[in-house]
Design a protein around this ligand. Structure first.
Ligand code: HEC
Length: 164
């Protein structure tokens, strides 16, 4: 995305110089056509929606984080926590202008508390902070009128092909 924007800029600067130097009309039109085509590409780049990030990143890593913590597998838990965080960061980055990008910050204190519990290898703190984390998922869903998406502390592990 950034690279394409740079490319557009690098085309736009010589283009405006040519205009001011009296470059031929057909070359200007050619450059304009290239800019338009690159802009079209930029506009049609696929970006997963918040629902897709939730479904493919946030939901599975929330579950895996729980089972890693339950098994006191702290290295795995920290890995899953970072993956989960990555999902939230992607929403902030790719949906900047949507309400979820600003609302998502409400989950960071709970994420930090889980991080500390992992660092301290504290199973009791992990459990209570994970409950707070899960409640905050729902607080955000309620705030954004997706209250029907109810998250709970996982009961069964749907990833039978991974050792926790
Ligand atoms: C910005 C605040 C926010 C936070 C924090 C948040 N969510 Fe979401 N979540 C949403 C929104 C908004 C949607 C609906 C998005 C859509 O469908 O476009 C959603 C949808 C979902 C869905 C439904 C996806 C589907 O396809 O069924 C799941 C599952 C989900 N979130 C899990 C979680 C979990 C787990 C957490 C906490 C670890 C969490 N969410 C935290 C805003 C949030």
């Amino acid at each position: 995305m950034k690279r394409l924007s740079l490319l557009l800029l690098s085309l736009a600067v010589p283009f405006s110089l040519m205009v001011s130097c009296g470059q031929s009309g057909s070359e200007n039109a050619h450059l304009q056509a290239r800019i338009d085509s690159l802009q079209n590409k930029l506009d049609s780049i696929y970006t997963p929606g918040t629902g897709a990030f939730m479904n493919t990143i946030v939901q599975p890593h929330h579950l895996k984080l729980w089972f890693a913590g339950q098994n006191k597998n702290w290295a795995l838990a920290e890995y899953e926590r970072q993956e989960l965080m990555g999902g939230f960061e992607k929403i902030q980055k790719y949906h900047k202008n949507k309400p979820e990008a600003t609302t998502i910050a409400m989950i960071f204190p709970a994420m930090n508390a889980v991080e500390k519990a992992i660092r301290d290898k504290d199973a009791v703190a992990f459990k209570s902070n994970f409950v707070t984390l899960t409640n905050t998922c729902n607080t955000c869903h309620q705030a954004l009128k997706y209250e029907f998406n109810v998250i709970k502390v996982p009961t069964t592990n749907s990833f039978g092909n991974q050792s926790f």
